[in-house]
Every structure is written in structure tokens, then in C-alpha cells.
Design a protein around this ligand. Structure first.
Ligand code: ADP
Length: 259
């Protein structure tokens, strides 16, 4: 049995095809989100990869910011529930989930049975989100995917004091003008994200194991900075950016099998 999860985010559209509620048989990440061609392209990509069509899908669950505007889903599930579901399936010992996406950050507390107990979210400000890192990577003239590696070469600590993205951008420009090494600036950018999200996590209460999901979890620099901020080890979901879609596909499997 094949089930499908689609996570339509603010900045990326993600799809997962799951066989028998266990094995991921196809996956896609299209770097544009709700209101664009992204969702359809993400669907087409997994259908093409697995050689299946809509009629082969037992149940399709949509999640994410754009879940209600996606036609053709059998069910909609909140992204908080999907992240909880995906993480618990991968790490049953997880009690705290930190999800950093393109335009928001969420911290979720799981019960020992994997149910979402409470959460906190920042969706009011770009600080502490993927958007912050993307804006700063552009100023640094560095590919987003290289930011993690670059920050690991940092030797001197510099600070970015503004949390506001616009002011922080000016600070980065002025650091560059003062010939501060880009690696040190990249590390400061990651610490800024970690500081912001760490504050959210501490308000909720951090309980081990901590698992990170979302596109920003692919950035080792942010993960390490958050580990330092929280003083604890962070496990990164192997499907990081796809975790919401994976959770949705698991919900779809439960619906299809009546479990
Ligand atoms: P959303 O669900 O809000 O659309 P995602 O969880 O898909 O967000 O994450 C999107 C963000 O992930 C992007 O804004 C980008 O900052 C970050 N991202 C994606 N891929 C990478 C990567 N390889 N390295 C670093 N950051 C990444």
C-alpha cells in the first residue's frame, strides 16, 4: 500500500511516498511553497520517481501552511501534529522537537507516547528562521548550502547584536566592510538564530532527547550553535526538511488502514 504526504510550506513544497507505513519510496523538495507551482511540481516529481499515479495512492494527507488550498488531498493535518508524528516514528525517545522552517520556528513537547502536549511558535519575525540565514547568506555572497561548512572554519568570535533582520543585515555589511572573515560572520549568524530559537525552547522547557527538523536542520552550523545554546545534544531527523511530509504520509497510512 502506498500513502502520500505533502507539506506545503511558506518557502518549500515537500512530498513523501510511503510503502506500507514504513519505507520511503520517493521524495521531493521543490524550493517554492504555497501559492506557486511548487506543490504540483513536488507531486509530479514523486509520481515520476516511483512510477505511480494518483489512483495508486491509498490516501493522501496534506499539511503545512498551504494545506487547505491544495486540491486532491483526502485529509488535512496540522504541521505540528505531522512533525510530532514523523519525529516519534524515527526517534521514539524524543521529547522536544525544534522545527525551523523558512518563515517560522516551532518548539514542540512530545509525551512519552509521541503525542503533542504543548508548543510555542515564532511566526511574527524573520529572526530565528530560515529566512534570516538566507538573507545573510546573500549578503555574504555564499550559497545557503555552504553556510554550515563555512561557519565551522570560524576562529574568532564576532557578534551580531540586532535581532531585527534588517538591522542585522546592515551589521553584516559593516563587518564585511571591516574585513571580518566571512566564516566568523557565518558563525555569528548561526548563533543569532540559535539564541532566538533557544529562547523559545527554554520558555517551553527543554527535555531530552531533542530532535531538530525543518529545512534549517540541514545546516550543521545552526544545529551546533543550538546545541551550545541549550547545552544538550541535538539529534537531526534523517528526513529533516521532509519530516512534516513524512508525518503526513504516516497519518495517511493510519487513515487508509483504520489503525
Ligand atoms: P517551510 O516549511 O516553512 O517552507 P522548510 O522546513 O522547507 O520551510 O525549510 C525551508 C528553509 O530551509 C529555507 O528557507 C532555507 O533557509 C533552509 N534550507 C533548505 N535547504 C537547506 C540546506 N541545504 N542548507 C541550509 N539551509 C537550508
Amino acid at each position: 500500500m502506498i500513502t502520500m504526504g505533502i507539506d506545503i510550506g511558506s518557502t518549500a513544497s515537500k512530498c513523501v511516498l510511503l510503502r506500507d507505513g514504513k519505507e520511503i519510496v520517493a521524495q521531493s523538495i521543490i524550493p517554492v511553497g504555497t501559492g506557486t507551482s511548487g506543490p504540483q511540481r513536488a507531486v509530479d516529481a514523486v509520481f515520476g520517481e516511483a512510477g505511480v499515479c494518483r489512483g495508486d495512492i491509498a490516501c493522501l494527507a496534506a499539511t503545512g501552511y498551504g494545506r487547505n488550498t491544495f486540491e486532491g488531498a483526502d485529509m488535512q493535518v496540522s504541521e505540528l501534529s505531522c512533525h510530532a508524528k514523523g519525529v516519534f516514528a524515527t526517534f521514539p525517545s524524543a521529547r522536544t522537537v525544534v522545527d525551523i522552517g523558512g518563515q517560522d520556528a516551532k518548539v514542540i513537547r512530545l509525551s512519552p507516547q509521541g503525542k503533542m502536549m504543548k508548543f510555542l511558535m515564532n511566526d511574527k519575525c524573520a529572526a530565528g528562521t530560515g529566512r534570516f540565514v538566507s538573507v545573510m547568506a546573500k549578503v555574504l555572497d555564499v550559497e545557503l548550502e555552504q553556510m554550515g561548512e563555512l561557519s565551522e572554519q570560524s576562529v574568532n568570535r564576532v557578534e551580531i547584536s540586532s535581532t531585527c533582520t534588517v538591522f542585522a543585515e546592515s551589521e553584516v555589511i559593516s563587518l564585511l566592510a571591516n574585513r571580518v572573515c566571512p566564516a566568523d560572520i557565518a558563525a555569528a549568524i548561526h548563533r543569532s538564530v540559535a539564541n532566538r530559537v533557544g529562547g523559545l525552547a527554554q520558555r517551553l522547557g527543554v527535555m531530552d532527547e531533542v530532535v531538530m527538523t525543518g529545512g534549517v536542520a540541514r545546516n550543521r552550523g545552526v544545529v551546533k550553535a543550538l546545541e551550545a545554546e541549550l547545552g544538550t545534544r541535538i539529534l537531526v531527523s534523517p528526513v529533516a526538511q521532509l519530516n512534516g511530509a513524512y508525518g503526513a504520509a504516516l497519518y495517511a497510512y493510519e487513515r487508509a488502514t483504520g489503525v
